[in-house]
Design a protein around this ligand. Sequence first.
Ligand code: SAM
Length: 220
Amino acid sequence: MEEAEKINTLRRREMVETLERYGITNRRVLDAFLEVPRHLFFEGEAMDCAYNDGAYPIGFGQTISQPYTVALMTTLLVERCSSGKVLEIGTGSGYQAAILAALGYSVFSVERIFALHEKAKKLLTRLGFGVACRFGDGTLGWMDDAPFDGILVTAGAPREPESLLRQLAENGAMVIPIGGSSAQQMTVIQREGKDFKRELFEHFTFVPLVGREGWDETVF
Ligand code: SAM
């Protein structure tokens, strides 16, 4: 193994140890974090920051979420839906989609910024993660491939997007941060027949979910 690769493997192990200290214990999730080369979702000097536990700019005012946030959202999903089809809203760098693919889900991911969509799609293909990527407004979901066993929204929503609720499979779970523009509460919505059960978790600050069933673009 090349020296740089050895260093990145070591850093990945350290990142996973940090996640464990923060309370992430799901072995499948931790193994996916060991498998996916997070530094390849960064460019140039930013690669040095890839294994720090922080969010990082990816251009266009957007961020790659911090590892803890990705790990918590993934754990909330895995614990409620361990396999099947997952829709991610907010492809961004493609890292969260790669984690989901490494977990064996069939992954669909939507991004509203064309340049980010194109870049992530190319990278995920090059790295061999089979993710179906689409450019568009993810608040409307991905109707032609619905229903989904899991939906993960990686941007802050002002409310539950109705279209996404409708595209959840029976017993399917959606993980979505909901709240105002400065802080949102991680929310899990699980479909039980015609009903939806809701659970609330920690607060985070995400970039906004902008779209027909999200924030109005002109607000930001
Ligand atoms: N999951 C990403 C990753 O692993 O790098 C990080 C996501 S970043 C925190 C949120 C992303 O959601 C941004 O790339 C943003 O452009 C995207 N986004 C916001 N509103 C959206 C919408 N309505 N549909 C699709 N993507 C959206």
